[in-house]
Design a protein around this ligand. Structure first.
Ligand code: HEM
Length: 230
Protein backbone atom coordinates (compact mmCIF):
# COMPACT_ATOMS: atom_id res chain seq x y z
CA UNK A 1 0.00 0.00 0.00
CA UNK A 2 2.72 2.48 0.97
CA UNK A 3 4.55 1.56 -2.25
CA UNK A 4 1.45 2.41 -4.26
CA UNK A 5 1.21 5.79 -2.53
CA UNK A 6 4.92 6.52 -2.93
CA UNK A 7 5.53 5.21 -6.43
CA UNK A 8 2.18 5.46 -8.21
CA UNK A 9 -0.05 8.07 -6.54
CA UNK A 10 2.51 10.62 -5.34
CA UNK A 11 4.23 11.04 -8.76
CA UNK A 12 0.93 12.05 -10.39
CA UNK A 13 0.02 14.31 -7.48
CA UNK A 14 3.41 16.00 -7.78
CA UNK A 15 3.23 16.51 -11.55
CA UNK A 16 -0.35 17.81 -11.41
CA UNK A 17 0.52 20.21 -8.60
CA UNK A 18 3.62 21.42 -10.44
CA UNK A 19 1.64 22.07 -13.61
CA UNK A 20 -1.45 23.54 -11.94
CA UNK A 21 0.25 25.79 -9.38
CA UNK A 22 3.14 26.54 -11.77
CA UNK A 23 0.81 27.84 -14.48
CA UNK A 24 -1.29 29.73 -11.92
CA UNK A 25 1.82 31.40 -10.47
CA UNK A 26 3.10 32.25 -13.94
CA UNK A 27 -0.17 33.89 -14.97
CA UNK A 28 -0.70 35.75 -11.71
CA UNK A 29 2.78 36.60 -10.51
CA UNK A 30 5.09 36.33 -13.52
CA UNK A 31 7.90 38.40 -11.99
CA UNK A 32 8.24 35.90 -9.16
CA UNK A 33 9.54 33.38 -11.74
CA UNK A 34 13.10 33.94 -10.65
CA UNK A 35 15.70 32.70 -8.25
CA UNK A 36 15.82 36.11 -6.50
CA UNK A 37 19.56 36.64 -6.65
CA UNK A 38 21.40 37.43 -3.43
CA UNK A 39 24.66 38.05 -5.25
CA UNK A 40 24.74 41.71 -4.26
CA UNK A 41 24.80 40.63 -0.60
CA UNK A 42 27.54 38.02 -0.93
CA UNK A 43 29.25 36.89 -4.12
CA UNK A 44 32.33 34.79 -3.33
CA UNK A 45 30.78 31.73 -1.64
CA UNK A 46 27.83 32.04 -4.02
CA UNK A 47 30.20 31.73 -6.99
CA UNK A 48 31.95 28.59 -5.74
CA UNK A 49 28.76 26.98 -4.43
CA UNK A 50 26.40 27.86 -7.25
CA UNK A 51 28.72 27.27 -10.23
CA UNK A 52 29.94 23.88 -9.02
CA UNK A 53 26.44 22.85 -7.96
CA UNK A 54 24.96 23.64 -11.36
CA UNK A 55 27.73 21.96 -13.36
CA UNK A 56 27.65 18.81 -11.23
CA UNK A 57 23.90 18.38 -10.94
CA UNK A 58 23.21 19.17 -14.59
CA UNK A 59 25.73 16.55 -15.71
CA UNK A 60 24.29 13.99 -13.28
CA UNK A 61 20.72 14.68 -14.33
CA UNK A 62 21.72 14.58 -18.02
CA UNK A 63 22.99 11.02 -17.46
CA UNK A 64 19.71 10.12 -15.67
CA UNK A 65 17.68 11.55 -18.56
CA UNK A 66 19.79 10.15 -21.41
CA UNK A 67 19.51 6.64 -19.96
CA UNK A 68 15.75 7.13 -19.68
CA UNK A 69 15.31 8.45 -23.22
CA UNK A 70 17.73 6.13 -25.02
CA UNK A 71 17.83 2.92 -22.96
CA UNK A 72 19.23 0.66 -25.72
CA UNK A 73 22.03 3.11 -26.61
CA UNK A 74 22.76 3.52 -22.90
CA UNK A 75 22.84 -0.28 -22.47
CA UNK A 76 25.41 -0.49 -25.30
CA UNK A 77 27.45 2.28 -23.66
CA UNK A 78 27.59 0.67 -20.22
CA UNK A 79 27.89 -2.84 -21.66
CA UNK A 80 31.64 -2.37 -21.96
CA UNK A 81 33.41 -2.66 -18.57
CA UNK A 82 35.88 0.24 -19.00
CA UNK A 83 33.16 2.67 -20.05
CA UNK A 84 30.97 1.44 -17.18
CA UNK A 85 33.79 2.07 -14.68
CA UNK A 86 34.47 5.53 -16.09
CA UNK A 87 30.77 6.45 -15.91
CA UNK A 88 30.29 5.14 -12.38
CA UNK A 89 33.43 6.84 -11.07
CA UNK A 90 32.53 10.11 -12.82
CA UNK A 91 29.03 9.89 -11.29
CA UNK A 92 30.49 9.41 -7.81
CA UNK A 93 32.94 12.28 -8.33
CA UNK A 94 30.19 14.60 -9.52
CA UNK A 95 27.99 13.56 -6.59
CA UNK A 96 30.78 14.57 -4.18
CA UNK A 97 31.06 17.95 -5.94
CA UNK A 98 27.27 18.41 -5.75
CA UNK A 99 27.15 17.59 -2.02
CA UNK A 100 30.14 19.88 -1.30
CA UNK A 101 28.57 22.71 -3.31
CA UNK A 102 25.26 22.39 -1.49
CA UNK A 103 27.07 22.48 1.86
CA UNK A 104 28.80 25.72 0.77
CA UNK A 105 25.43 27.21 -0.27
CA UNK A 106 23.77 26.19 3.00
CA UNK A 107 26.70 27.44 5.11
CA UNK A 108 26.61 30.75 3.20
CA UNK A 109 22.97 31.28 4.10
CA UNK A 110 23.61 30.33 7.73
CA UNK A 111 26.71 32.45 8.29
CA UNK A 112 26.00 35.62 6.32
CA UNK A 113 23.51 37.61 8.38
CA UNK A 114 22.07 39.55 5.46
CA UNK A 115 21.64 36.46 3.28
CA UNK A 116 20.17 34.62 6.29
CA UNK A 117 17.55 37.36 6.74
CA UNK A 118 16.48 36.94 3.11
CA UNK A 119 16.22 33.14 3.28
CA UNK A 120 12.64 31.92 3.46
CA UNK A 121 11.36 28.73 5.10
CA UNK A 122 10.79 27.36 1.60
CA UNK A 123 14.45 28.05 0.70
CA UNK A 124 15.56 26.01 3.72
CA UNK A 125 13.16 23.18 2.89
CA UNK A 126 14.34 23.10 -0.72
CA UNK A 127 18.02 23.06 0.24
CA UNK A 128 17.36 20.27 2.73
CA UNK A 129 15.44 18.13 0.22
CA UNK A 130 18.13 18.69 -2.44
CA UNK A 131 20.84 17.73 0.03
CA UNK A 132 18.99 14.55 1.06
CA UNK A 133 18.34 13.69 -2.59
CA UNK A 134 21.99 13.98 -3.66
CA UNK A 135 23.18 12.22 -0.50
CA UNK A 136 20.79 9.35 -1.23
CA UNK A 137 21.94 9.27 -4.86
CA UNK A 138 25.55 9.15 -3.74
CA UNK A 139 24.74 6.43 -1.20
CA UNK A 140 22.99 4.21 -3.70
CA UNK A 141 25.66 4.71 -6.36
CA UNK A 142 28.21 3.61 -3.74
CA UNK A 143 26.36 0.75 -2.07
CA UNK A 144 24.14 -0.72 -4.79
CA UNK A 145 26.78 -0.97 -7.48
CA UNK A 146 26.21 -0.63 -11.21
CA UNK A 147 23.17 1.60 -10.93
CA UNK A 148 23.86 2.67 -14.51
CA UNK A 149 22.87 -0.88 -15.50
CA UNK A 150 20.06 -1.85 -13.11
CA UNK A 151 18.43 1.56 -13.63
CA UNK A 152 17.59 0.35 -17.15
CA UNK A 153 15.56 -2.63 -15.93
CA UNK A 154 13.89 -0.94 -12.95
CA UNK A 155 13.53 2.86 -13.05
CA UNK A 156 13.21 3.17 -16.84
CA UNK A 157 10.19 0.84 -17.28
CA UNK A 158 8.62 2.25 -14.10
CA UNK A 159 8.89 5.87 -15.31
CA UNK A 160 7.70 4.82 -18.78
CA UNK A 161 4.67 3.13 -17.19
CA UNK A 162 3.89 6.34 -15.29
CA UNK A 163 4.21 8.33 -18.49
CA UNK A 164 1.76 6.08 -20.31
CA UNK A 165 -0.66 6.38 -17.37
CA UNK A 166 -0.38 2.65 -16.60
CA UNK A 167 1.73 2.66 -13.41
CA UNK A 168 3.61 -0.60 -12.89
CA UNK A 169 5.34 -0.32 -9.56
CA UNK A 170 6.44 -3.98 -9.63
CA UNK A 171 9.52 -2.85 -11.57
CA UNK A 172 10.75 -0.96 -8.51
CA UNK A 173 8.77 -2.07 -5.46
CA UNK A 174 11.26 -4.89 -4.66
CA UNK A 175 14.16 -2.40 -4.40
CA UNK A 176 15.58 -1.36 -0.99
CA UNK A 177 13.70 1.43 0.79
CA UNK A 178 16.47 4.01 0.38
CA UNK A 179 16.45 3.47 -3.39
CA UNK A 180 12.69 3.97 -3.49
CA UNK A 181 13.09 7.11 -1.38
CA UNK A 182 15.60 8.45 -3.92
CA UNK A 183 13.09 7.82 -6.71
CA UNK A 184 10.22 9.41 -4.78
CA UNK A 185 12.54 12.29 -3.78
CA UNK A 186 12.64 13.32 -7.43
CA UNK A 187 8.87 13.76 -7.35
CA UNK A 188 9.06 15.61 -4.05
CA UNK A 189 11.26 18.14 -5.89
CA UNK A 190 8.69 18.26 -8.70
CA UNK A 191 6.02 18.90 -6.04
CA UNK A 192 8.05 21.73 -4.46
CA UNK A 193 8.86 23.25 -7.85
CA UNK A 194 5.96 25.76 -8.15
CA UNK A 195 6.21 26.89 -4.51
CA UNK A 196 9.95 27.52 -4.48
CA UNK A 197 12.79 29.29 -6.28
CA UNK A 198 13.15 26.11 -8.38
CA UNK A 199 10.83 27.86 -10.84
CA UNK A 200 13.88 29.69 -12.19
CA UNK A 201 14.58 26.43 -14.03
CA UNK A 202 12.01 27.32 -16.70
CA UNK A 203 13.49 30.81 -17.15
CA UNK A 204 16.85 29.55 -18.41
CA UNK A 205 17.45 31.95 -21.32
CA UNK A 206 17.80 29.25 -23.96
CA UNK A 207 16.23 31.64 -26.49
CA UNK A 208 19.55 33.51 -26.52
CA UNK A 209 21.05 30.57 -28.39
CA UNK A 210 19.01 31.14 -31.54
CA UNK A 211 17.64 34.68 -31.29
CA UNK A 212 19.18 37.23 -33.68
CA UNK A 213 21.99 39.25 -32.14
CA UNK A 214 21.09 42.61 -30.69
CA UNK A 215 21.44 45.64 -32.94
CA UNK A 216 21.89 48.97 -31.19
CA UNK A 217 20.96 51.84 -33.47
CA UNK A 218 20.77 55.58 -32.95
CA UNK A 219 17.23 56.78 -32.86
CA UNK A 220 17.99 60.51 -32.83
CA UNK A 221 18.57 63.09 -35.48
CA UNK A 222 22.30 63.11 -36.49
CA UNK A 223 22.66 66.73 -35.39
CA UNK A 224 21.32 66.02 -31.92
CA UNK A 225 23.62 63.04 -31.79
CA UNK A 226 26.65 65.31 -32.28
CA UNK A 227 25.35 67.46 -29.47
CA UNK A 228 25.12 64.44 -27.25
CA UNK A 229 28.69 63.34 -27.98
CA UNK A 230 30.16 66.72 -27.29
C1 HEM B 1 12.83 9.23 -10.58
C2 HEM B 1 13.96 9.89 -10.73
C3 HEM B 1 15.31 9.33 -10.38
C4 HEM B 1 15.76 8.04 -10.48
C5 HEM B 1 15.01 6.84 -10.98
C6 HEM B 1 17.14 8.02 -10.04
C7 HEM B 1 17.96 6.92 -9.99
C8 HEM B 1 19.29 6.91 -9.66
C9 HEM B 1 20.16 5.77 -9.70
C10 HEM B 1 19.75 4.36 -10.11
C11 HEM B 1 21.39 6.17 -9.30
C12 HEM B 1 22.66 5.31 -9.19
C13 HEM B 1 23.53 5.53 -10.39
C14 HEM B 1 24.83 4.78 -10.32
O1 HEM B 1 24.98 3.86 -9.53
O2 HEM B 1 25.72 5.14 -11.09
C15 HEM B 1 21.31 7.58 -9.01
C16 HEM B 1 22.36 8.34 -8.59
C17 HEM B 1 22.27 9.67 -8.28
N1 HEM B 1 21.16 10.47 -8.38
FE1 HEM B 1 19.34 9.90 -9.01
N2 HEM B 1 17.50 9.30 -9.67
C18 HEM B 1 16.41 10.13 -9.87
C19 HEM B 1 16.35 11.49 -9.65
C20 HEM B 1 17.37 12.24 -9.14
C21 HEM B 1 17.30 13.67 -8.87
C22 HEM B 1 16.06 14.56 -9.12
C23 HEM B 1 18.51 14.03 -8.35
C24 HEM B 1 19.01 15.36 -7.87
C25 HEM B 1 18.33 16.47 -7.78
C26 HEM B 1 19.36 12.85 -8.34
C27 HEM B 1 20.66 12.84 -7.90
C28 HEM B 1 21.48 11.74 -7.96
C29 HEM B 1 22.89 11.75 -7.57
C30 HEM B 1 23.65 12.96 -7.04
C31 HEM B 1 23.37 10.47 -7.79
C32 HEM B 1 24.81 9.98 -7.57
C33 HEM B 1 25.66 10.22 -8.79
C34 HEM B 1 25.49 9.20 -9.87
O3 HEM B 1 25.93 8.07 -9.67
O4 HEM B 1 24.90 9.52 -10.92
N3 HEM B 1 18.63 11.80 -8.82
N4 HEM B 1 20.03 8.00 -9.22
Amino acid sequence: MSDIMLLAVFPYLAVMTALGVGIYRYLNDRFSYSSLSSQFLEARALFWGSVSWHYAILLILSAHILALLFPSKWAALVGEPVRRYVLEISGLGLAIVAVGALIILIARRLTNRRVFMLTSKMDWLLLLVLLLQVLLGFYLALVYRWGSVWYLHTAVPWIASLFWLKPQIEFVSHLPLLVKLHFAGAFLLVFLFPFSRLVHFVTVPLGYLWRPYQLVIWNRHPLNRKEMLR
